[in-house]
Design a protein around this ligand. Structure first.
Ligand SMILES: Cc1cc2nc3c(=O)[nH]c(=O)nc-3n(C[C@H](O)[C@H](O)[C@H](O)COP(=O)(O)OP(=O)(O)OC[C@H]3O[C@@H](n4cnc5c(N)ncnc54)[C@H](O)[C@@H]3O)c2cc1C
Length: 469
């Protein structure tokens, strides 16, 4: 594969000339495109895949937003300041507070704009309670999936007349002596190279989860982990940025997940834990406080024997989880084992029956109080009771959260703190708001910055084109 490289501008005229180029057609790229179109610009979106999907289509599609009309309709009091406070608390105050507030402030207006201007409806997920969010603020399209979100964004981009070019991997950025990107080389099927000149560029090509070398350099703890995100996200934005002396931060940060059923390779919603489920290892023993975030649980599960665990829960939670499309998929693929009693369940998942029974009896007692050795409060949900369910899970890497440092207009900053002349970034290409480590990821931080920075970057990059032409 041709590496992502930066070259000095060679003065050779490009094959085509456009005002604005967006690299990547996931949530960030398509939202940047819609914002640019609204600002009167006709962006060209380059996408390496034959059909745009990205990690966005693999995701659950949950976007947190604070102060939406959907929350107001349910009487939920929320505002950007509360949301930013939750983001900062999850990172233990180790992210940029101004950036956290900026994306929190942009969250509700971005969803409302997508609904009103681009006819993408959202619903509030009032059955989703994830650790760290002080109120219910997760939104999704009515189908509750990332693939449906992608389908709706792609349809909106088509309706807005935006050119999304598939099978077009940007490989080379040509840069003049002032640091301005003047031209891009694009790899097309059959090894054909085309060049595009432009006045502004938005990097919406996500992070480096699909680049094993970068993962072992920046996130060594996940080198051997299963990567559940889009394989085409090979860190091109980071590689270009580093060659252009762009500032980078939090490269060790990522979203992991401690409840990924493998096989078949499907997410088991963490609400199974939030509703009272537990995780045991192959010895039938609990090993953590499952009421912590799912992200940090990825490495906790990977430290168990064989890097696996079993989510153990009851029929009530099984019924509850059926509202989640991925859970239904995992169930239809045979990942959910059911049994009338714990001894049979233990046999079905091959853990020692006596140990599993003892673990569950302990947990049942904590439902009425008492001190769980791992510090979890079991009194907020009904005590577990049979019939029983279990799913074998592992810890997975979902996407990286570090990246290029951007300012309030999503302009990429240089290591000296000044903005590069015409380079913007959002989504997984930019530094997120999750601090430097896995435990800073507040659920929804991924699509939060894809949506909000996508809109900010698209608008600012379009304005730059207008100011030049
Ligand atoms: C299983 C799973 C569940 C998740 N659930 C959630 C959730 O519910 N909520 C949430 O907030 N986050 C979730 N995430 C994270 C979320 O998917 C990402 O944060 C988000 O999709 C990032 O959007 P993006 O537009 O930056 O990247 P992507 O959607 O990955 O889009 C990037 C695009 O760029 C293209 N590309 C890459 N390099 C090039 C190049 N050189 N030239 C041209 N094109 C290129 C790729 O092919 C891709 O289409 C989940 C992730 C996973 C894996």
């Amino acid at each position: 594969m041709t590496p992502a490289i930066v070259r000095p501008d060679d003065g050779v005229p490009a094959d085509i000339d456009v005002g604005m180029v967006i690299i990547g057609a996931g949530a960030c790229g398509l939202i940047a495109g819609l914002a640019a179109a609204d600002a009167g610009c006709s962006p060209l979106i380059l996408e390496r895949d034959p059909v745009p999907s990205g990690s966005t289509a693999l995701s659950s599609g949950y976007i947190p937003a604070a102060g939406t009309r959907h929350q107001a309709a349910r009487g939920i009091q929320d505002n950007p300041e509360y949301f930013a406070r939750d983001i900062l608390a999850k990172t233990k105050q180790r992210t940029d507070p101004a950036m956290a507030l900026r994306v929190a402030q942009a969250s509700a207006p971005t969803l409302q704009w997508l609904e009103d201007r681009h006819f993408i409806p959202f619903v509030l997920l009032d059955d989703v309670h994830y650790p760290g969010h002080s109120v219910v603020r997760m939104h999704a399209v009515p189908e509750r999936s990332g693939s449906a979100l992608m389908a709706r964004l792609s349809a909106a981009a088509a309706a807005a007349g935006i050119d999304v070019v598939p099978n077009a991997r940007a490989t080379t950025l040509f840069v003049d002596p002032t640091g301005r990107v003047t031209k891009l080389a694009v790899e097309r099927p059959g090894g054909l190279i085309e060049t595009v000149s432009c006045q502004s560029v938005v990097l919406a090509c996500n992070g480096y989860g699909g680049n094993p070398d970068l993962i072992s350099r920046y996130i060594p703890e996940m080198t051997a982990a299963l990567y559940a995100g889009h394989r085409g996200n090979t860190g091109d934005a980071l590689l270009w940025g580093q060659q252009m002396n762009a500032a980078t931060s939090d490269l060790s940060a990522y979203q992991g997940h401690g409840s990924y059923a493998d096989p078949p390779g499907v997410l088991i919603t963490w609400t199974v834990m939030a509703e009272g489920g537990i995780q045991v290892n192959c010895h039938g023993e609990r090993f953590s406080d499952e009421s912590q975030g799912y992200s940090e649980h990825s490495s906790i599960v990977l430290r168990q024997p064989g890097g696996v665990a079993f989510a153990v829960y009851d029929a009530r939670i099984d019924q509850f989880a059926q509202a989640f499309p991925e859970y239904r998929t995992a169930d239809s693929l045979g990942a959910v084992r059911r049994a009338p009693d714990l001894a049979t369940l233990a046999e079905r998942i091959t853990v020692p029956a006596a140990a599993l029974e003892q673990t569950v009896r302990h947990v049942q007692r904590f439902a009425t109080g008492g001190v769980d050795p791992f510090g979890r409060d079991f009194t907020t949900r009904p005590a577990l009771k049979g019939p029983w369910c279990a799913v074998r899970v592992t810890g997975a890497l979902f996407h990286t959260q570090g990246g290029l440092v951007v300012d309030e207009q999503a302009r990429v900053l240089g290591t000296d703190g000044t903005a590069l002349p015409n380079l913007f970034a959002g989504g997984g290409a930019a530094r997120g708001v999750s601090g430097p480590a896995v435990d800073g990821y507040l659920s929804g931080n991924g699509l939060l910055t894809a949506a909000t920075l996508g809109r900010i970057a698209g608008t600012a990059a379009a304005r730059l084109v207008h100011s030049i032409t």
